[in-house]
Design a protein around this ligand. Structure first.
Ligand code: FE2
Ligand code: FE2
Ligand code: FE2
Length: 417
């Protein structure tokens, strides 16, 4: 599927914004590491600008595993004292769920000493050593403040870090004064300038957009399986209703990203085994506006229009805008009904799964009251068994992928301790 809906530059922006939703200070750390690394590679003088930009995206994602394995609010602690879990999980996440499978090993070893990595036969060995130094440079720079000096690396040159790369850091700092720029924030301008050279293929954009959806699984796996099932129901309804290719694609991307705003909602609320109070419910409802704000000006507005209406209802009883039938069309209705039925078919920590009878009754009542768009809801009802059986299979398959990742996690982890 061609992704003409987002530019390469906006894709990178969107990745960064997604990391920010999960935790701002971690996202800043990742941006700074990415910047330090880019300046070092620039100083080395052997890379094309687009190669540096590619590696910058990887560096931006170097700690992505931590969102699963650690309390990201305590970044300095896990990075310094127990870095293996996030390194292993981040590696597997990028290997299986991003276009960076070849470079993903850099994430696996980004906290491993040079003495252990130096003889590795790996295409990105030098870049790995650079990432390690860049990451520690940012951590030390933040921890030591004014007392930070690049010669802090002297003590570990040849043991923890590659001496050549330590030298590269000294040269980069001497020429570019990168730590001054990091301290006063002016590095962001250079970061953005270097990132202008990013050039992603359609296939890479497609994979990155999917990866963003998988990020919701870093918080709660069930969100991924529900989204996968929702995408399936949308596709089947789109087919049966003979949507145009453009409409089908737009519904697909809207379904893929519709709940990404949940990344900003505390996990305790998402997994609470009880009914939530009004205030908590309202907080969860903000996920729609958060998603809309995050995607705004990056992704095609038609996709955002569909995604932001996933909790709206045709009688005006939905949120956040209480839109009515006149303001929505078939594409919005498809996502609304798909999301609604998948949500109902899955058990929640605070209630069991709804039965087929309950789901059908809700839809029928909603058609009569005007809550659901009648043609779409009717199409779904006519094909209930066929669609729902496969939707459930898709949801299960997504959980299996997750379990496979966890199994691999245990294996890789064991092999490294
Ligand atoms: Fe880090
Ligand atoms: Fe790390
Ligand atoms: Fe939602």
């Amino acid at each position: 599927m061609a992704v003409e809906y987002i530019t390469s530059r906006n894709m990178v922006n969107l990745i960064y914004e997604t990391l920010r939703l999960m935790n701002k200070s971690m996202a800043h750390h990742c941006m700074r590491v990415s910047y330090i690394m880019s300046k070092m590679l620039e100083e080395r003088g052997t890379y094309e600008k687009y190669e540096i930009a590619d590696l910058m995206v990887l560096a931006m994602l170097h700690d992505v595993g931590a969102y699963k394995t650690d309390d990201v609010r305590k970044q300095l602690t896990f990075e310094a004292k127990n870095p293996l879990p996030h390194a292993v999980y981040g590696y597997l996440f990028l290997k299986y769920l991003s276009p960076l499978d070849e470079q993903s090993k850099m994430i696996l070893y980004h906290h491993t000493d040079y003495t252990k990595t130096k003889d590795m036969d790996y295409r990105y060995l030098f870049e790995l050593e650079t990432l390690k130094v860049a990451e520690m440079a940012d951590i030390w720079h933040r921890s030591f403040g004014d007392k930070f000096d690049v010669t802090l690396f002297d003590r570990y040159s040849g043991t923890k870090f590659d001496p050549q790369v330590c030298q590269l850091l000294y040269d980069t700092e001497e020429k570019d004064h990168i730590f001054e720029k990091l301290a006063d924030g002016s590095y962001k301008k250079e970061f953005n300038e270097s990132m202008e050279y990013i050039l992603l293929s359609d296939d890479e954009k497609e994979k990155y957009l999917k990866m963003l959806m998988y990020c919701t699984g870093l918080k709660d796996e069930q969100m991924v399986s529900e989204t996968v099932a929702t995408i399936y129901v949308c596709r089947e309804l789109g087919r049966k209703l003979k949507l145009s290719e453009t409409d089908k694609n737009e519904v697909y991307y809207a379904a893929l990203l519709h709940d990404m705003g949940m990344l900003a909602i505390p996990s305790e609320l998402l997994k609470a085994p009880r009914s939530l109070n009004v205030e908590e419910k309202n907080l969860i409802k903000t996920h729609v506006e958060i998603m809309e704000k995050t995607l705004a000006n990056k992704l095609s507005s038609d996709i955002i229009r569909i995604a932001r209406a996933h909790h709206e209802r045709f009688d005006g009883s939905g949120y956040p805008y209480a839109l009515k039938a006149s303001g929505m069309g078939k594409t919005e209705a498809i996502l609304q009904i798909s999301e609604q039925v998948v949500n109902a078919m899955e058990p929640k920590p605070y209630r069991p799964a709804h039965t087929k009878e309950e789901i059908i009754e809700d839809l029928n009542a909603g058609i009569i009251s005007g809550k659901y768009e009648a043609i779409v809801a009717d199409t779904f009802l006519k094909n209930y068994d066929e669609i729902m059986e496969k939707a459930a299979q898709r949801a299960d398959a997504a959980l299996v992928t997750h379990q496979k990742l966890l199994r691999n996690y245990k294996q890789v982890y064991k092999s490294l301790v």
